[in-house]
Design a protein. Sequence first.
Length: 140
Amino acid sequence: MGETLKTACGSPCYAAPEMIAGKRYHGSNVDIWSCGVILFALICGYLPFEDPNTANLYKKILNGEYSIPKFVSPESRDLIEKILNTDPEKRYKISDIRKHPWFNQITIPKITGGIFIGLSQIPINTKILDLLVEYNFRKD
């Protein structure tokens, strides 16, 4: 947390401008950019930055050159634009996304029960274990 990275990684179409420019970057900021590319693709049906020529692709990403189709709702458009902001300091953070009207269209029910990996003991069904032993599986 708070440290910057320098290594470029991932697929070019999903890479954030600061990574392409070879600048030091915060991992969470470039991850949010990549999620913005995915959100765009889920809503629009294609990637925002595509070009068979890698140099042209990088130019488009560095300049934030993409267009959002007219069928995209104003709320979706606004969120995409705020996530795909080429300035990593102005780019939306997770807390901003969670407050955005598009994100809050549906109320997510609070999780009140269930198994939480790493926090809850996973229940063991002894009847199933006994049946497995009958088929020559070790109980442990």
